[in-house]
Design a binder for this molecule. Structure first.
Ligand code: SAM
Length: 281
């Protein structure tokens, strides 16, 4: 069976996505590493250092936050929402960067994900870190397209979504929810598979995706269909300028309609992955 989204009624899509991620949750990290040859780690590192270039000076002036991570939730706390945050890959990178680079623990990340299996894997992972049982990291079951109601309008400093938005039924719904919860001046960062620009490299990548990935999925996770679905969802996702246009249409200010410095997006590894950024005016 194929998980071809085009033939599936709208209401069933979310159930289907839930199923796909349930069947891969426990092997998720291993699969990411083997399929991207570990390169997804570099993409995520670059993404997080772009999205958290520094932390506002006020955060450094709160000495209690450095010694007592529970002295949090003050008005100066930097609030991040990592949607489709799954196993905590992005959230942990954000917190590590804040702590290691800026000696800042006055920052919180709430992970929102549609799949309980992924959230549980994330919880297990966090239990092995120094953020365990602190307000710095929390897990919420919820949908990117209509965020849980406790997340209020204009309340978030940084919204991230990595390799999650392509599974959502309505990209505009996700982006307008992000816009709604962000504070004015707050930033959005979307990391997702892009389109490879070089025609030769594109062909090599296509061969790799359609043959190697489902086979690896079968061998490592015993599940070729889920990985076939992942490959197809990558193909269906809009191109870099198309998605940048959606970001703008949701109300965000972006760079110019081009790749790279001053542009609305940045390609990694020839466009296999792409980061789009925007600011709420
Ligand atoms: N962000 C993590 C990373 O980069 O490693 C996880 C990415 S994983 C490929 C995609 C995640 O998106 C899964 O955990 C899945 O449950 C979640 N997801 C899919 N559709 C969603 C939706 N509508 N709302 C929230 N999460 C969703």
């Amino acid at each position: 069976t194929h998980f071809g989204f085009k033939e599936v009624p709208e209401e069933e899509k979310e159930t289907l996505v839930g199923g796909v991620f349930s069947s891969v949750a426990s092997s998720y990290d291993l699969m990411n590493d083997s399929m991207s040859l570990g390169i997804h780690r570099l993409w995520k590192d670059s993404f997080v250092s772009t999205m958290v270039p520094r932390l506002p000076p006020s955060l450094h002036q709160n000495p209690s936050a450095l010694t007592d991570p529970t002295a949090s939730s003050t008005s100066s706390t930097f609030k991040c929402l990592d949607v489709a945050g799954g196993t905590g890959d992005i959230a942990l990178r954000i917190l590590d960067r804040a702590r290691e680079k800026f000696a800042c623990r006055d920052i919180e990340v709430e992970i929102v994900d549609l799949n309980q299996g992924m959230l549980n894997e994330g919880r297990k992972r966090v239990a092995k870190t120094l953020y365990y049982n602190t307000p710095q990291i929390t897990f919420t079951h919820g949908n990117a397209q209509s965020l849980p109601t406790h997340i209020q309008d204009n309340s978030i400093d940084l919204y991230t979504i990595a390799f999650g938005i392509r599974n959502c039924t309505s990209l505009p719904a996700v982006l307008s929810e992000a816009y709604r919860v962000l504070k004015p001046g707050g930033k959005i960062g979307v990391l997702e598979f892009g389109k490879v620009s070089n025609p030769l490299f594109r062909e090599v990548y296509r061969q790799y995706s359609f043959s190697f990935i489902p086979i690896m999925g079968k061998i490592l996770a015993g599940d070729a269909d889920s990985y076939q679905y992942l490959v197809e969802s990558i193909e269906r996702f809009p191109s870099q300028p198309e998605f940048a246009k959606l970001v703008q249409e949701a109300g965000f200010q972006t760079g110019q309609m081009k790749e790279g410095k001053g542009g609305a997006w940045t390609d990694f590894t020839g466009g296999i992955a792409t980061m789009w950024t925007g600011v709420k005016a």
